[in-house]
Design a protein around this ligand. Structure first.
Ligand SMILES: Cc1cc2nc3c(=O)[nH]c(=O)nc-3n(C[C@H](O)[C@H](O)[C@H](O)COP(=O)(O)OP(=O)(O)OC[C@H]3O[C@@H](n4cnc5c(N)ncnc54)[C@H](O)[C@@H]3O)c2cc1C
Ligand code: SF4
Length: 494
């Protein structure tokens, strides 16, 4: 018998379970042996010259290793199965999609992995993707009662990954669609919001087509989320699941004119906007055009879908959000010796999650506060970044102290690469084609209970509403809008 608490601790602290190459059996070794082995040879720690293979392997190496069968059994045994008829478990309340977390964990504990996956996909059609990208530290795991008692929270994300990945290898059908109802809906955007909305509508019997300007599915999941969190898998399997439910895809199809949008509007009974945000905000520093000066999204897209660019040994990252943290860690993993994030306010005002800032520091990233770039200098390639110091002033519209320049404090830093991670643009041009669409500072306004916009024909969800949040929130928005569309279209036809 395994003691629930000590079992998990023992498994992960004193004994490391090392899977055999085929993943079917395990060797146990004292943790110190494996740990020292990893520290001594891990290229990030040695700071030595890295081969291209090492750079690539590090960049795509999972931040957290997946659980083995035994690890999953032990970890699931730690869950107290909180909640009951009068109150939900805190982890469920903290999950934007409301997955029955104690339910799926207890199914894993009983060895019913198929039932665990069914429960996850019941609430979240991208449950496998979410298990890899969700910031669990501030969602389910952050709310786990064990954490509140000063113990390590149950590794909900890893357990979700274990169940969904394992089951997606065996089948693609987790929920049964209703018979066709003859109604047609168009979805613009194959990001998490659009995929979730399309899948939920197909389950209700709708004829759904998803249009996306990109060739590949997933929006920012495919093109922007850090490669050490997710590369491609498990998204293609989840998309296959949606196709099996009847969702049609028109990839490489931009809806880039008022006429095309009108056509979609006429050929469907409702349109869901899962268009996310646009390219990086362009602040326009002198020297922007030099080689080695990157916008964050272009940089990440290049390393995820094309090649690893030469970044040299000294990399400056500009910004204070999660994207700045991601590209800084990526640069470190690609072999840069000195990677520094320059942020114009202080650490307390950084929008990045605390756990991500800690993660960056643990990977050797430096942070410099109250510093802003002025221009980039060099011949063909950037060689220097000229900065100036800032100080905090009165609060601005965001409620945070405004950064104010300190005059005559310019200084130059030698750099090989600069990556600007300042935020994404809103898609106001596209949105201006929709009559009577109410926006709030460039973001779409909706009725939160239905996802319906002020133009009743259009529904919306995801980053285009919230200005950039998480995959799981976009998935939930898509789900809410699918119910809203069903009410609207069903209401029209009754
Ligand atoms: C660098 C970075 C790292 C991130 N890391 C994480 C993370 O680790 N975990 C997490 O949960 N979240 C993360 N996020 C946030 C997360 O990716 C987004 O919240 C989520 O992808 C939003 O989903 P969406 O469907 O609203 O939009 P998107 O994912 O942006 O998808 C929108 C889709 O619409 C398409 N589109 C737009 N306009 C048109 C048009 N006119 N015609 C046709 N197609 C169109 C686009 O091509 C795109 O595929 C990160 C974001 C960034 C930028
Ligand atoms: S809060 Fe933690 S212990 Fe309680 S049900 Fe959720 S995961 Fe299990």
């Amino acid at each position: 018998m395994i003691c629930r608490e000590a079992g998990g601790f023992l498994d992960r602290s004193f004994l490391k379970v090392k899977p055999s190459p085929d993943g079917q059996s395990f060797d146990k070794q004292p943790a110190e042996v494996l740990y020292m082995d990893k520290v001594m040879t891990h290229p990030l720690k040695t700071n030595g010259q890295r081969t291209d293979e090492q750079r690539s392997a590090l960049l795509f190496e999972d931040l957290k290793q997946p659980l083995t069968d035994k690890g999953a059994a032990v970890e699931s045994s730690r869950c107290l199965e909180c909640g009951g008829p009068y109150a939900e478990a805190p982890c469920v309340t903290a999950c934007p999609t409301g997955i029955d977390i104690p339910g799926f964990i207890s199914a894993i504990y009983r060895g019913e992995i198929d039932g665990a996956a069914d429960r996850i996909f019941e609430e979240n059609l991208l449950g496998a993707t979410c298990s890899k990208v969700c910031p669990v530290e501030v969602l389910c795991e952050g709310a786990c009662v064990l954490e509140k008692e000063g113990r390590k929270p149950v590794e909900i994300g890893l357990l979700q990954r274990y169940a969904t990945e394992r089951e997606l290898k065996r089948r693609i059908r987790f929920r049964e669609p209703a018979p066709s109802n003859g109604h047609k809906v168009s979805v613009i955007g194959a990001g998490p919001a659009g995929l979730s909305c399309a899948g939920e509508l197909a389950l209700k019997g709708y004829d759904v087509t998803v249009y996306d300007e990109r060739q590949d599915f997933g929006g920012l999941v495919r093109y922007a989320i850090a490669p050490y969190r997710i590369d491609r898998d498990p998204l293609p399997s989840e998309v296959q699941m949606l196709k099996d439910l009847g969702v049609k895809f028109e990839m490489g199809t931009p809806i880039d004119s008022r006429e095309k949008l009108d056509e979609l509007r006429k050929s469907s009974e409702a349109v869901f906007l899962g268009i996310g945000l646009g390219d990086d905000v362009n602040i326009g520093y002198p020297g922007d055009g030099l080689q080695g000066v990157w916008e964050s999204l272009e940089f990440i897209k290049t390393i995820k879908t094309d090649r690893l660019p030469e970044i040299g040994s000294s990399v400056a990252v500009i910004g204070g959000g999660n994207t700045a943290i991601d590209v800084a860690i990526e640069a470190r993993r690609m072999g840069a010796k000195d990677v520094t994030i320059y942020y114009r306010r202080t650490e307390s005002e950084m929008p990045a999650y605390d756990h991500e800032i800690d993660e960056a520091r643990s990977e050797g990233v430096h942070l410099q506060f109250l510093t802003n770039p002025v221009r980039f200098e060099g011949e063909d390639r950037v060689e220097r970044m000229v900065c100036q110091y800032m100080q905090l002033g009165e609060p601005d519209d965001s409620g945070r102290p405004r950064p104010v320049k300190v005059e005559n404090t310019e200084f130059a830093i030698p750099v090989d690469t600069v990556i600007k991670a300042i935020g994404q643009q809103k898609r106001t041009g596209f949105l201006s084609w929709i009559e009577d669409l109410e926006l709030d500072n460039g973001l779409i306004k909706i009725d939160e209970s239905t996802g319906q916009t002020s133009n009743r024909f259009f529904f919306a969800g995801g980053d285009a509403l919230n200005g950039g949040a998480t995959v799981v929130e976009a998935v939930e928005d898509g789900k809410v809008a699918a119910h809203g569309i069903d009410k609207y279209v069903g209401g029209m036809s009754s």
